[in-house]
Design a protein around this ligand. Sequence first.
Ligand SMILES: [Zn+2]
Length: 210
Amino acid sequence: MAGLTASMEALIAALRKLPGVGPRTAERYVFYLLSHPSSVAKELAEAILRVKQTIGFCRSCFNLADGDICAICRDPARDRTTVCVVEDHRSIRAIERAGSYKGLYHVLLGALSPLDGVGPKELRIQELKARVKAGGIREVILATDSDLEGETTALHLTKELRGLAGAGEGGASAAPVKVTRLAFGIPMGSSIEYADQVTLGRALEGRRPL
Ligand SMILES: [Zn+2]
């Protein structure tokens, strides 16, 4: 590219790997960084590295966390009797933005997709069952996407969770956990991530037992 040095071209190429960044945007970022003090570039570079180095999965729900346990699991105001099962972290962001859900989450880290080699063992399903068996959870809301993989996953989870009960008072078994599915005002085949807040709020309120 005329007028660009090799190091500028290398940074443009790196920035273009980010989603939604085209060649013109990448070039604007590079010129922005060049026209500002070194501290701006340093802050950005350090923040990127810090995210990669410090963030891991929550030991309980597999949400992203800075330590062992994520901010949602740590929050004493959350309702610990309800667990919303999602495919990925972006779904948590979408549901949190909708603002009406106050329970906990469980991130599967994917959806069943036999063609891509993703079977039940690749997802955090055993960990979910262990949480239910440990007791205290009354309802599991299946909030996987409404596409083929998401529906297949919801069906599989329904079978796995049906009749499963947590440890109750004094070692006795509590009532079996209630399993519900989001009522989709969300079009078939679409991702939870792209649902607007109202649709997602209604889908949560109108969830149905499975
Ligand atoms: Zn957590």
